[in-house]
Each structure stands twice: as structure tokens, then as C-alpha cells.
Design a protein around this ligand. Structure first.
Ligand code: PEP
Length: 249
């Protein structure tokens, strides 16, 4: 049985005050939640959030990391630094990194490798653009994105990772994939992994991301191959985020 996971990607939002209020609000309502709850603040807020969530069961994630371990890489943050502050998860391959910062499949693969090297669990994001969907190449795009990490680290590495299917056209747009659309792609992903290793496929958590909100989360998470959500906008309001955390039962 896969434990539902709900991860909040706070992106480049917040101030010291607003982040303190947000995490206090989440902490207040999180007891009894069965899902694994993860928050991914900006780097600068990680130390404060790490202190705030101590003992709460909430897990800490980062939104990005450097593929290198240490040295002359101005502006970068290493996996070792993240581990040092209690980070367990790191988002790799988010579509905003791919489209705005030129992260290719190759870059996502070296970051995935670096995360594993430091004992961080990648939340590896994959998903098609609207143009790709309309051209009928959704599955081949997703297969290509997955092949980058499978070729680098092998299918067994997914025992220490989570996948997030995030159709780019649904991120931050208010347009959610229908439960049937999302399930179809989640099943495609799980079947592809099962073709390599059934045991890994059965245990693998595949999150949905793209305008998930308190109103649609339960129906999405009820799909057989959807194991939770990666949440952007709705993770910035404690009540909305907690409602999604509780949506999986
Ligand atoms: C995301 O950026 O990963 C995301 C899913 O954003 P939103 O929930 O705002 O669509």
C-alpha cells in the first residue's frame, strides 16, 4: 500500500513573517493526517522552517539543487548543504526549471544523480506542454523525460524517489487535468516502469501536479495510480493545503 504524499512547492514566495504564519498554520492542523506532508520553501527559509517543524512529522524539501558537490559554483546550493539542514526531498526537473532556466533532460538527470548521492529523495517532475498534448506526443515526451533518469541511474533508483506528473498546461493556470486524463498518464508511467521492474512500479509514488486545489484533490487522489499531489498555489494557504493533505483519506 503506497502512502499518499502531499508536497507544497512554495516557489519564490513569502517573507519571514508570512512563512512563519504558514508553517504554524500547517503544524496546527496536521496531526492525524495520514498522508506524508512535505513543504518545499525557498532556500533562505529552510533553516527557520526546519526548526519550526521539528517533531511535527512534516518533511522538508528543497525546490532545486546543484549537481556539483562543493566549490566554485557561485549562487548554487549543494545536496550536502541541504542534508545539513534536515532536507529529505528535492524537486528535480520542475517545468519552470526546464522552461525558464534551460534545464534539459541531461541536466535533470545529473541533478537526480546528485540528489541520490547525497541521500536526498528526488521528486522528479515530468509533463507535456499544451502544444505537445495537442500534437498527440504526450506519452513519448514523458517516456523521453523518464528515460533520462532511467539511463543515468537505472530503474532500482526509483525505490528512493517520487515522480510527479505535471502537465505544463495545468501548472498555475487553474486548468486541472480531469481525473481521467491524469489517471491515463499515471497508468502509462507505472506501466512503463513495470516493464522494467514490477516491484519498483508497485511501490512507486506518482504525484499529480497542476492546479490541484481543495475542490478537486479528493477525486484526483482517488484514482488508482495517483498517489498524492505536488501543490503550487494552493500550498500557500494553510487551510487549503491541509484540506488537500486530508483528501486522500
Ligand atoms: C507546481 O508548480 O508544481 C504546481 C503544481 O503549481 P500549481 O499547483 O500552482 O499549478
Amino acid at each position: 500500500m503506497r502512502q499518499v504524499m502531499v508536497a507544497g512547492n512554495w516557489k519564490m514566495n513569502g517573507s519571514r513573517d508570512s512563512v512563519r504564519q504558514l508553517i504554524d498554520g500547517i503544524k496546527t492542523g496536521v496531526s492525524g493526517v495520514k498522508a506524508e506532508v512535505v513543504v518545499c520553501p525557498s532556500y533562505v527559509f529552510i533553516p527557520g522552517v526546519a526548526d519550526a517543524i521539528a517533531g511535527s512529522g512534516i518533511q522538508l524539501g528543497a525546490q532545486n539543487m546543484c549537481d556539483q558537490d562543493a566549490g566554485a559554483f557561485t549562487g548554487e546550493v549543494s545536496g550536502a548543504m541541504l542534508k545539513d539542514f534536515g532536507v529529505n526531498y528535492v524537486i528535480v526537473g520542475h517545468s519552470e526549471r526546464r522552461s525558464l532556466y534551460g534545464e534539459t533532460d541531461g541536466v535533470t538527470a545529473v541533478k537526480y544523480t546528485a540528489a541520490l548521492r547525497h541521500g536526498l529523495k528526488p521528486i522528479f517532475c515530468i509533463g507535456e506542454t499544451l502544444e505537445e498534448r495537442e500534437s498527440g506526443i504526450t506519452e513519448s515526451v514523458i517516456a523521453r523525460q523518464l528515460d533520462a533518469i532511467l539511463e543515468a541511474e537505472g530503474v532500482a533508483s526509483l525505490a528512493n524517489a517520487v515522480l510527479a506528473y505535471e502537465p505544463v498546461w495545468a501548472i498555475g493556470t487553474g486548468k486541472t487535468a480531469t481525473p481521467a486524463q491524469a489517471q491515463e498518464i499515471h497508468a502509462f508511467i507505472r506501466n512503463k516502469i513495470a516493464g522494467l521492474d514490477v516491484g519498483i512500479a508497485v511501490g512507486l509514488r506518482i504525484l499529480y501536479g497542476g492546479s490541484m486545489n481543495p475542490g478537486n484533490a479528493a477525486e484526483l487522489i482517488a484514482q488508482p495510480d495517483i498517489d498524492g499531489g505536488l501543490i503550487g498555489g494552493a500550498s500557500l494557504k494553510a487551510d487549503d493545503f491541509l484540506t488537500i493533505c486530508k483528501a486522500g483519506g
